[in-house]
Design a protein around this ligand. Sequence first.
Ligand code: SF4
Length: 271
Amino acid sequence: MSKDNSEIITDIFNYLKFYTEYSGYPLYANEIKNSDSSFDLLNCEVGFPEAKDEVDIPVQERKNVKMEIVNEKPVNKNPQDFAHCDSLDKFNEEIKDCRKCGHLASSRNSLVFGYGNPAAEVVIVGEAPGAEEDKQGRPFVGRAGKLLTDILKAINFEREDVFICNILKCRPPENRNPLPDEIVNCEPYLFKQLELIKPKMILALGAFAGQTLLRSKEPLGKLRGTFHEYKGIKLLVTYHPAALLRNPNWKKPTWEDVKLFRKEFDSMKNQ
Ligand code: SF4
């Protein structure tokens, strides 16, 4: 067996490992036993159930709940206002006491800045910290985080290779959806992070991340499956791992998306 095929088979088993662990769906063994030289990971169908369309409410149409904003420490709004921050560490230091959303600042244990390689070629953008992330101060460390790690492994990325962050840096109470005002407050921090990291590609997880970065009202079902651009950086939107835990039917389209992402990444590297 050639080295390439060995790697392909390893990829498949990595993916199947996370799939079986989280989906609860049986695998179709006849789909994976094929190990001849014509086996093509990118075209293989693993026999998943059909995916349903996720119903997402565009950011701009969500209920515009008025909130109390407590500016205990005024924070600049635009990435250019942070021009003096020429590294992620300096930028983290600059915003670590942010209280633009007073209610989130009051209830948080940690401001979850993001974590990973500061020179990453790939940035993963999620929605907001959950309870475990808030406790540990790191993004994607709960069940959804474990699934994200497995998804990344299945397409040959280690968590250490990428940078992972969220649209909101503070946890919304009860893990509710981010409010439009909160996104407006916090998105400049994400934009500055992207400006500092200068990734080659962005993977946006969930409708909030996709709509915020693309300034789009389209639901996730329409955004996913094709590449977009954020300031010249290739961007793909797919389902958030937390959504996959709720609805395993979305694993198939997610798998298609992340394979596409890896294929594009490889082709950019080979140019
Ligand atoms: S969510 Fe963002 S803008 Fe709001 S308080 Fe936290 S860090 Fe500041």
